[in-house]
Structures are given as C-alpha cells and as structure tokens.
Design a protein around this ligand. Sequence first.
Ligand code: F3S
Length: 758
Amino acid sequence: ASTSSAAPDVSSRIPPYPKLLSKLSEVRRILDKRLLTLAEKILYSHLDRPEESLLTNTQNGASIRGQANLKLKPDRVAMQDASAQMALLQFMSCGLPTTAVPASIHCDHMIVGEKGADTDLPASIRGNKEVFDFLESAAKKYGIEFWPPGAGIIHQSVLENYSAPGLMMLGTDSHTPNAGGLGAIAIGVGGADAVDALVDAPWELKAPRILGVRLEGELSGWASPKDVILNLAGQLTVKGGTGFIIEYFGSGVETLSCTGMATICNMGAEVGATTSIFPSSSRHIPYLEATHRTLIAAAAGTIASAPEARNLLRADCHAEYDQVITIDLSELEPHINGPFTPDLSTPLSKFSDMVEVNSWPKTFGAGLIGSCTNSSYQDMTRAEDLVKQASAAGLRPKADFFISPGSEQIRATLERDSTLNTLSSAGGTVLANACGPCIGQWKRTDDVRKGDSNAIFTSYNRNFPGRNDGNRATMNFLASPELVTALAYSGSTTFNPMTDTLSTPSGEAFRFSPPRGEELPSAGFAQGNPAFLPTTGKADPSIEVQVDPHSSRLALLGSFAPFPQTELSGLRVLYKVKGQCTTDTISAAENTLIGAVNAATGETNTAYDFDGSQATIPELAKRWKGEGKEWIVVAEHNYGEGSAREHAALQLRYLGGRVLLAKSFARIHETNLKKQGVVPLTFVNEGDYDLLDACDEVSNEGLLDVLRSGGQGQVRLKVQKRDGKEVVVETKHTLSVDQCGFILAGSALNLLALKASE
Ligand code: F3S
C-alpha cells in the first residue's frame, strides 16, 4: 500500500460560509435578535426561505421549536451502498443530468467479516457485483463521488473528508450524525428524502427542540468518549431524544478529541435524536489539518472567533435549551450497555452483579472493535497499549478478537505505525474497512449454533437481537474499544480490568494499567491504497447505468396508485405488534415484519387469517394483496427505531399496507412511511392499543379531509370487531402540507414525477 499523502482538492468541500452568514443575519432580523443555540444557527441558515419557515404556524416566530416546518437546503448528501440503491433509483426517475448538490456513495454494508480483509473483500465484491456495478455507473453518470468496496465506512470517510463546521448534510444512514463531532448538522434520512436534496427541492423537517448536554471536567483513566454516550443513553432511553437535536456545550467540550466527539454524536441515533452536534473546538483544527483540509480549518477558525452576532459556529451566550443534562467527565465511569437494547446502561463496577442477577452468560466468545463508531487513531492506539501490556506479560486473548478499521486512511496509518501488527500478532483478525459484523455480515466460525444463548462484546453502536451474527440469542454488550480489548483477555463477562487481575503463564497476577493512546498520528495520516480513492464527482452523461434486466435485487421503480378519492374502508389488521419493533425487525432479510412479536400469541412472524389458518406475516400480506385487500398494522412505542432503511416502509406499501397505527414512531421511519404513501397515525389514548386485534376491520373518518386540507384536522378509526361490535379510536398525525401531497399522489416519487411533467 502506498503511504503518500497527496492533498486532495478541498476547495469544493468548504461549506458556503458567505451565503450562510448572510442567511444568519437575515434570520436574526426576522427573529428580532433572539438568542440562538448552535443547532438553530446552522439549521436556520440553511432555510430555503427563512421568513416563510420561521413565521408560519409559529405564532409569528414565538414557538418555532416543535412547531415550524423547516424547508431546508442541505449542502451535501452521503449514501451507503444498501440505501443508495433506492435513492438512486428514485433520483434516476426524475430525469436530471446531475445532482444539484455534491454527493458521495460509500460501499460498506455488503462486505462480509470472516477470515480477514484479504479474502473477505474479493469474495464480497464478487457476490455483490451487480449492485456495485449499478452504483458505480450511476455515480459516474450523475457526478457523484464513488468510494469503492474496501475504501471505508460511510461515517468515517465523511468525517475524514466532507464534514466541516457549519455544514448541513443528509445521509441515508441513521448514524449520519457522526459528522456532528466536527461541528456539522448531519441528519440520517431515507433515500426519498435524500432525493429532495439531490434534485434541489427543499427538504422538510419539523423544527427540532434542543436538548443541551453540559460537559464539565475531563475524562481520565479508563473512561472514554464512548462512555459519555453510553451513560446518556441510559438516562434518556431509546426514545428520549425523539424530536430533539442534542447540542453539547460547557468546559468539558475542549477536553475531547474530534474523533471522540464524533463517537458521541454517532450514538445520539440510539436515543432517537434528530442529530447531535458539538460547537467549534480548538481540537477541530489539528484534525482538519491532519486530514488535509487546512483551507477549511482556516475558514472555520475565522468564523469561530467572530463576535457573537456573526458567529455561526457557537451558540449565543445564554441561549435557551428545552432541557439540560449535565455530565461531569471527571466522575464518569466506563459503562457497558445491553444486551438487546442500547439504553440498558450499567457502570462497569456494577456489571458483574448484573450478570449474576440476570443470569447472563459468564463467559463470552468474541470481542469486536472498530466500526464507524470507534475506529479512530485514538481508539486503536489505546487498544494497542493494552495489547502491548498483555503481550509483555505473556497473555493472549481468550475470546476471538476482531478489528474493523473505519477507512483505508486509518487502516494504512495504523499499519504504518505498527498498531495493526501488534493487534494481529496477539491473535486479532483485521477485517475489511467496512461494516461487516456490525450489520450482520459476520460469518461466525466458532461453535455457537443458532438459538444458543451467548455473549459478545463490541465497540459498535447498536445491539438489537440478531444484528451481528443472525442469532437472536446472541447478547451484544456495547462498550469502549479499550474495555472490549481488555475483556477479551479474560473471556469473562464479570472481569473488571480496573480492579481485577489475570494470571500470567508464570502464575503471577497481572493488572492492566489504564490505556494510553495518541489523538492523532505524529507522522500524519497515510493515504493507503490509491485503488480505494473515490471517483472525481464529474458527471459523464455518456455513461449508461448498469441494471441487469435479470436481476433479482434491482429493478427500475414503478409507481404506486394514487390515494382513492374516498375514505379508506375495510382495512384489515394484518398484525398487532408487541413491544420493540426496529427496522431490523421490520425488514430483516428484506422480508416484511418477520421479527415482530404477535401481541396476541407471543409468537414471532406468525400471523392468523380470518379462518384461523396460520401463515408467516409476508405470506398473509401477499395473500391479502392477491385478494385486493389493503391492511393496517398496530404497534407500540418507537415503531421503526434503528436504521434509515427505506425498504421497511416500501415493503409494507408494496404488499398492501395503508396505515400504520402506533403509540409512537421513530422519526426517520415515520417520514419514510409518508414518502411511500403509508399513513402513520398515533393513538390519542395509548390505552386504545388494547382495543384492536388482528383481523379486525378498520375504516377511517376524516383522513381524506386531512389530506385535502394539507394536514388540518384529525382522523378517527372505526374498528369492526370480529364479534360484530364496533369501537372508535381517536388518532393524531404529523402530516405537513407537502406530506399530504405525497399520500394523495401515491408516494413522494409520484408527486415529484407529476411536478416534473407539469
Ligand atoms: Fe456500518 Fe454499523 Fe456503522 S452498519 S455504518 S458500521 S452502525
């Protein structure tokens, strides 16, 4: 691999600061010099028409947060390979020659993690050739920078190349907020939302409330940035951040590395936050410079030191937050979160008690570090320090140990600086620069069988059942990479490396010293293999987009029928979901709702037809679709939490789903449903969930009026029970004028096509 460090052309990646500053003064004029948080400054400076967004439906600007529909013009779009397919297919149907804003595609989700990068990467490229060929050809045609398989994980590549203070970007992946570590507003969306930005249509967002997290003190010893967000997830729960942007502030901010801030922002997705952001910090400058962006460092530095009125990169003094949480970094203990949900947070010192009380496994089979969340130079050199300590004492890891570098740049740098050699000499397996085990592409070769209860420790961000190895009984405990590394040497879930000792081969007691690492490589970042650099981003109209006509994975999109000119009636309840229902649950292996628990029977993926016959959920949906019957799903809280995966909405619509009635929704999924023409409704009284059962028939009153009036009014559902009784359920909705247009047209794409043909 080459280790040259040629500076890329970064001038096209500088946020449009003059335009943003002039918008900021317009916003200040409209809001009569109101004090603004950082998130508000950056968001509102990206409004298409500030006056219209800030003054409509907001009591003349008095209550913007939670009320206003912001129509935004993001600066850039990033897409990962799984979701880029949907986004590009939709973009192509708009007939434009090139994207309206700079965009990038990152091939990271389809790479297997098994034996190591050298064998896994070529095998994955062969297995997914038609998808990668499609993405690369479309990228070249429309002028999108294409990062090939092996180049890195979307969020790490974005942090190293595109994120910048004051930037606003959309990404078709729920962990897009990772870029907030470098002071950007970066929001995870579905493909249809990304298309808004790609075609220069304003992208709509309900103005978020702002949750301030004040950081005080300084981390030391074993505590790491990961522990900040593991602790916060425990405080907020998986839905506590819904509708909020999390904005960090306080004296503790300056003590964190840029990549540490990115880790914290990355996992804001786990509490449902719209995004997370850090203010301009002196630690941003060396990171920008080390990643060859001196020009951006200089431009951002000038703005960050401007007087408050013209300072885009810091909150105004005394700006008000809707809620404030304080975390003292000096007091923070390492945490371990899980299993099965990222908000079950336990301080390290209490973890062995939790293992006992809950009868969690006492041993574990694998420790996995890296991923988009934790593969910075600092993370890896801290892990390396522990490995060196253990190797010097003659110890080897007892659990399997895997390392997923986040990008070719970080991999090549760690290789040059011998970090990877240290990790692999100790028995670690270095996987491809890709998601691998984090997204279920883990071909586990140890002796754990499907259904066997077992534990793993990862430095990843998400731990829903079945996510890593396809085994729903695998308990994934989330922790910092350094903690995962130390634990791998004991193989025991009850080991506390801060207080416990291991026995060396010569029988002596060995205790780890707290890990030490380097924030940035003293010799700069290495570029790595030039084959992993992106394409130029210049559009070439002569290129033909490659879609294999015999493909079972890709097809050019058809359109859905428009909304009927009547109320919906006779919708059957296909399934009543009990408890957690993530996008992994809804569209695992591209099969609708197969992980969802049946509220009546407790079974998974088992539905019942009117005659009592049993079927899987996709089978019953297809059967009803064949009979021309549309349907509704009933669910509990935070329906659709997890990824930005659009298939989770599209599959429902395709199979005849019309309405999704839940106690609450995760933001990205709720928007995805609307974009695909499915109506998301929530209960006015959550207890009414108990009134509905599978195979009830539902008619609505008021939906057509709501749609025609652009979102005014409410929808009432009349539920015909199977014993002939009727109950009425009052519902709420969050449909905006534009979203009503999507539903009426059949989908957002239909509406776009209609507008383009006018
Ligand atoms: Fe990939 Fe896992 Fe991150 S799937 S983008 S490494 S959350």
